[in-house]
Design a protein around this ligand. Structure first.
Ligand code: SAM
Length: 282
């Protein structure tokens, strides 16, 4: 197999296949040989035997997953990459590339069809323009996976892996924490990609929880409350909840106080338990 991290190899493949990078599809391909083996090791160290990849690119991470997993399914939206991948993944008979938009793919049906009885990890160098939507798509659909081991922009990793109740936390931090335990694994410099993005990246892992860390009677209401509470970052949670959920501010403040919280509290100060308590009082 060719060294897919070598710029010369990638350029040669691109020229022969007439392939051009698409900025709008977030195509920053990895050219650092140490990153993909580490990502694949982390993804498959959790009892997972098979892997789903999002966005194969020229197949550098796909190949590392294929070396370690029983089977890999890679979902790649750009059909221009299919002939490239036919060439770069020719050595593997345990890889299937599906030409589809991951956000339009029924993930649980795919897992049932392609990986019956197996434990599955998701591993990807995510297209940065839809990092959170992809992560939330897997979590909200309760995809039957063990973990998501993904490369994201460093700032996104900081936000997603922040402690709920800390200054860096946001609505997405709470949502991620509800479904998974998030950990930042290692940083990756912008020079590790071709073309180089403007910012550094980080690899993080979400280990899927078997049960949420808090109990809420209405999940939909809980996430609506969280989204509203964080919607006006410089204002109090009461302001955000009142406008986001369309409730009189006095009623929201009364509920906040019934939950044993300060009426002027800001969303980023609230823990998972406090948000759950507040949800029951609203
Ligand atoms: N895995 C390769 C690597 O590490 O070099 C490529 C990573 S590149 C950051 C992101 C990949 O995701 C691109 O190949 C892009 O075409 C693909 N992609 C973008 N949007 C997608 C979507 N909605 N569904 C599936 N793949 C997508």
């Amino acid at each position: 197999m060719k060294n897919l991290w070598e710029i010369g190899t990638i350029k040669d493949i691109m020229t022969r296949h007439g392939f051009q990078f698409s900025k709008s599809l977030g195509q920053n391909f990895l050219i650092n040989p140490t990153v993909c083996p580490q990502m694949a090791e982390y993804a498959l160290s959790d009892g997972a035997t098979c892997a789903i990849e999002i966005g194969a690119g020229v197949g550098i991470l796909t190949a590392e997953l294929a070396k370690r997993a029983k089977k890999v399914v890679s979902i790649e939206v750009d059909s221009a990459l299919l002939p490239v991948l036919d060439e770069t993944l020719a050595d593997f008979d345990n890889v299937e590339v599906i030409n589809a938009d991951v956000l339009k793919t029924d993930i649980n049906a795919l897992i049932e069809e392609k990986f019956p009885g197996e434990k599955v990890a998701v591993c990807a160098n995510l297209p940065y323009y839809i990092t959170s939507p992809i992560i939330m798509y897997f979590l909200e659909n309760k995809a039957k996976i063990e973990n998501m081991t993904v490369m994201v922009q460093k700032e996104a990793a900081d936000r997603l892996c922040a402690e709920v109740g800390s200054r860096e936390s946001g609505a997405v931090t709470v949502a991620v924490n509800y479904y998974a335990e998030a950990e930042k694994l290692f940083g990756v410099s912008k020079g590790s990609f071709m073309p180089a993005p403007k910012v550094d990246s980080a690899v993080m892992q979400l280990k899927i929880r078997s049960n949420p860390p808090i109990e809420v009677s209405d999940e939909k209401k809980f996430f609506s409350l969280v989204k509203s509470a964080f919607s006006q970052r410089r204002k109090t949670a009461a302001n955000g909840i009142s406008s986001g959920m369309g409730k009189p501010k006095a009623d929201v403040i009364a509920a906040i106080e019934r939950a044993g919280l300060d009426a002027n509290v800001r969303a980023e100060k609230l823990t998972m338990e406090e948000l759950a308590r507040l949800c029951e009082e609203i």
